[in-house]
Design a protein around this ligand. Structure first.
Ligand code: SF4
Length: 147
């Protein structure tokens, strides 16, 4: 199974924000640069994270992005499910739809495999995935890209 680029960007943002210094919020641009991705792509991912209640943005002087308490405690499996949406791993209902779709055992097996993939990530929290050695590397990233 392969995650969408959107999910990957959102997870990178969550991880970077999870190790931000308390009281020193980061901007979307700083997160985008640290993760070496275009600003506009990162802005869309962060907007989705705000809707999920995982990230909050403070306005004004000293403002910026912070991971919420929910964000720190969140299950990676839950986050990936939310970010990936309801899509199946194959486009059985595509255009044109697959003629086997109404009675396909493979489709059921793939749905079970997808659920098993998510279930493996369910016990893992955001705080756990940014433990060493990942956290110190995240903090050291300054980025090379802008725009
Ligand atoms: S063969 Fe089965 S799993 Fe593959 S596209 Fe058709 S319905 Fe879906």
């Amino acid at each position: 199974m392969r995650l969408t680029k959107f999910t990957d960007l959102a997870l990178r943002a969550v991880m970077r924000l999870a190790v931000a210094e308390p009281g020193a919020p980061l901007t979307t641009r700083e997160v985008a640069e640290a993760m070496d991705v275009p600003y506009t792509h990162m802005a869309k991912a962060i907007s989705r994270l705000q809707h999920l209640g995982v990230v909050e943005a403070r306005r004004g002087r000293g403002g910026g992005l912070e991971l919420t308490g929910l964000g720190h405690r969140a299950s990676v499996g839950w986050l990936v499910r939310e970010l990936e949406g309801e899509d199946e791993v194959v486009a059985c209902e595509g255009d044109p739809p697959c003629p086997l779709r109404a009675a396909c055992r493979l489709r059921r097996a793939l749905a079970d495999a997808q659920e098993a993939f998510y279930a493996t990530l369910d016990p893992l929290t955001v705080s756990e995935v940014v433990a060493s050695p990942t956290g110190p590397v995240l903090i050291s990233l300054t980025g090379r890209r802008s725009g």
